[in-house]
Write a protein of this length. Structure first.
Length: 287
């Protein structure tokens, strides 16, 4: 873990923000794992999220837009598959991504005319009565993009105070963080120890010692761990890619080895993992 998050303090902060503004907030780490959240689901969302297929769609939408926020290094405003507005803001420290901040869910006043079509689609997907969906939808708060931007500005100020108030702090050296980030960004390529030594001006002994003390694993163990995590994520979020393509993009040159090590680690094959975790067709992201 690169950064330590003071969950109790952060949880109180997002709860206070929710209580004062009515805006739900969720904080994720750089691996897209949730850290803290305020009461996040509206009655509308709570209803449709009782369906496993909906949870899968929501997760995929979140991952897609977190990736977009990471690439653009800016807040992403988007419409989820249920037709509600959400935002995701990437949080960086010295050009290193440490977390994502998500807000939502709202009705967008500019998209009211298209909402009935979306409700009809949800009715067909999940078998929830249309009148119930409509009633719950109308209870969901309406927020303009201007107001959302104002709330985002306030949240950005709070983010800047994470460090000064000790809500987030680093438990590793900046050198190890940069090595970690380099490996993450080059998983599709062969990563040689000599390359790491040359790039970060370390001897092999110094590099081995750094991994032992700060990562608590060997270099090859860390690379394998990251590749397997990336493959598991892509199996869910990139349904158009086949298993071979995913293995290649995650740096596995031997397909049979990928199948074997994935099953050994997760207890299931990549195909079985995809079928189990990704229970529905790719959601239509309404822009």
């Amino acid at each position: 873990m690169v950064y330590i998050f003071e969950k109790e303090k952060l949880n109180q902060l997002v709860l206070d923000f929710y209580t004062s503004t009515g805006v739900a907030v969720t904080l994720y780490d750089s691996n897209m794992s949730m850290i803290v959240k305020s009461p996040i689901y509206t009655d509308f969302c709570a209803c449709i999220r009782k369906k496993k297929a909906c949870v899968s769609r929501c997760s995929q939408s979140d991952h897609i837009h977190m990736q977009k926020a990471k690439e653009t290094k800016s807040t992403v405003y988007y419409t989820c598959h249920a037709g509600l507005t959400e935002t995701i803001t990437p949080i960086f420290y010295e050009d290193t991504l440490i977390a994502y901040l998500q807000t939502g869910q709202f009705r967008n006043p500019d998209r009211m005319c298209s909402q009935q079509t979306c409700l009809n689609t949800l009715n067909e997907l999940y078998g929830i009565p249309l009148d119930k969906l409509t009633k719950l939808y109308k209870k969901t708060p309406v927020i303009s993009k201007e107001k959302l931007q104002a709330l985002q500005n306030i949240m950005n100020i709070l983010i800047k105070n994470f460090w000064s108030n000790g809500l987030v702090y680093c438990n590793r050296s900046m050198l190890s963080i940069k090595i970690d980030q380099y490996i993450t960004e080059n998983l599709s390529q062969k990563i040689y120890i000599d390359t790491l030594c040359k790039k970060f001006h370390l001897s092999k002994n110094a590099l081995y010692h750094l991994f032992k003390t700060e990562f608590n694993m060997t270099i090859n163990e860390l690379i394998l761990h990251k590749r397997l995590n990336a493959a598991a994520d892509m199996l869910i979020t990139m349904p158009d890619l086949n298993i071979t393509q995913i293995a290649t993009q995650c740096g596995f040159t031997d397909y049979n080895y990928f199948i074997r090590i994935f099953k050994k680690t997760t207890g299931t094959t990549p195909l079985q993992y995809r079928k189990h975790m990704y229970l529905s067709p790719s959601p239509k992201i309404i822009e």
